[in-house]
Ligand binder design. Structure first.
Ligand code: NAP
Ligand code: ZN
Length: 347
């Protein structure tokens, strides 16, 4: 066991604070990672505030982790000391079910092990990346391409793959009309990825405040959802709508923007139930789906794709002492477009 500095919450209502946590000894298949940077995902906030159900405190979150390998277990073959690596939302799975065998560990039929707030095999609760170091099974450690600057890469480990995975699953490419709902951490990476895949990309944001940014990031069109005319103008337009909004929406409004056979994919995870008007699905054979971040192979494919296409998230680097303020800014959509914590400041 080793003790490392971290930043976490002691309850759902108190601010995060500095704390220490234990990391397990490096087992034969484990990699010890000295963390360089950790992104702040809106899921971190939902989790710590108990919005997805009660959790055990103290809890350290963070599942957009990049760093360097500091030690490897005796049986590790995939990584070496000094390698630039990343860890995303999952740190383990059964490895034997049909989903795991397909490399879709995120959909493990026995339930995957979340990088934080997950129940580990030894009965402990996993603690996330807002910390100095982490020990992870080598199979869940990604290689970060050399060309990508480490301080910008972290958000790709969750936001990046959460958008890349449905874009690939629904075969987005040249000729596909894609809408991204919400220009936040997930949404802005989605714009870049969909554009690089050749799609015609539309951002649907509440206002036009981020329009200039959206168009610069690769969107072809940008509309305000606060304007009722948007929903009339775009009726039946999209093959795929990726909803990244962290709050409940009038989903039927968005379903009506789908073409025949189009799909609305729910990525944002508010607690409110999804209510949809049945007729708007039936009349155009439209679908509604959900999608979780992504398995290890597609996460690596996404990192390599970002290296090939020079895609990096827009980030704001902060110190650990700024995490609480950053949370408030995420909640008020005042983030351009992902906060990344410098792990040196956990010292
Ligand atoms: P974020 O940076 O806060 O972005 C969310 C965006 O949603 C905001 O920028 C805003 O976009 C829009 N929004 C926020 N409140 C809204 C409201 N009341 N009504 C309408 N739009 C609103 O959050 P994020 O980190 O991208 O995460 C977004 C959601 O995805 C969260 O619920 C998170 O837990 C979830 N998530 C899911 C997965 C998955 O595997 N499926 C992975 C990661 C995150 P505009 O300002 O442009 O309107
Ligand atoms: Zn996340």
């Amino acid at each position: 066991m080793r003790t490392v500095n971290a930043y976490g919450a002691v309850s759902a209502t108190e601010p995060l604070e500095p704390m220490t946590i234990e990391r397990r000894d490096v087992g034969p298949h484990d990699v010890l990672i000295e963390i360089d940077y950790a992104g702040i995902c809106h899921s971190d906030i939902h989790t710590l505030r108990g919005e997805w159900g009660p959790i055990t405190y103290p809890q350290v979150v963070g599942h957009e982790i990049v760093g360097h390998v500091a030690e490897v277990g005796s049986a590790v073959t995939k990584h070496q000391v000094g390698d630039r690596v990343g860890v995303g939302c999952e740190s383990g799975s059964c490895g034997e079910c049909t989903q795991c065998l397909k490399g879709e560990e995120v959909y493990c039929l026995k339930g995957n092990l979340q990088t934080y707030a997950g129940l580990d095999v030894d009965g402990t609760i996993t603690q996330g990346g807002y910390s100095q170091a982490i020990v992870v099974d080598e199979g869940f450690v990604l290689k970060v391409p050399e060309s990508l600057p480490l301080h910008k890469v972290a958000p790709l480990l969750c936001a990046g793959v959460t958008l890349f995975s449905p874009l690939k699953h629904w075969n987005v490419g040249a000729g596909t009309n894609v809408a991204i709902v919400g220009m936040g951490g997930l949404g802005h990476v989605g714009v870049k990825l969909a554009h690089a895949l050749g799609a015609d990309v539309t951002v649907l944001s509440r206002t036009l405040a981020k329009q200039k940014d959206g168009l610069e990031l690769g969107a072809d069109h940008y509309y305000a959802t606060s304007d009722a005319a948007t929903f009339e103008k775009l009726t039946g337009k999209f093959d795929l709508i990726l909803n990244t909004v962290s709050a409940g929406l009038d989903y039927s409004q968005y379903v009506n923007l789908l073409a025949v056979d189009g799909t609305l994919v729910i990525l944002g995870a508010p607690t409110e139930p999804v209510k949809i008007d049945a007729m708007s699905l039936i009349t155009h054979r439209r679908s509604i789906a959900g999608s979780a971040n992504g398995g290890i192979p597609i996460t690596q494919e996404m990192l390599d794709f970002c290296a090939d296409h020079n895609i990096l998230p827009e980030t704001e680097l902060i110190e650990s002492s700024q995490i609480n303020e950053a949370y408030e800014r995420v909640l008020s959509s005042d983030v351009r477009y992902r906060f990344v914590i410098d792990a040196k400041t956990f010292a």
